[in-house]
Design a protein around this ligand. Sequence first.
Ligand code: SF4
Ligand code: SF4
Length: 64
Amino acid sequence: MLEVNCEKCLDCAGCICLCPETALTINLTGLHIDQNACTLCALCVRFCPVQALEITEKKILTNS
Ligand code: SF4
Ligand code: SF4
């Protein structure tokens, strides 16, 4: 699954604009990820200027 480190995230919204699945949204509490929409394409992970996004193994573990 994709995870965001809220302490690193600058709320720049760049990742939201480039996500082809519109899986990312931002509100008063920060960046939110629609895990069902996200395809783990990693575009946002590569884009983020402060490495706030990370793909972890948790999705694989919870699906098994
Ligand atoms: S690109 Fe990085 S810093 Fe910008 S909103 Fe997305 S996660 Fe936060
Ligand atoms: S990994 Fe791809 S599909 Fe998932 S939020 Fe990032 S850009 Fe969107």
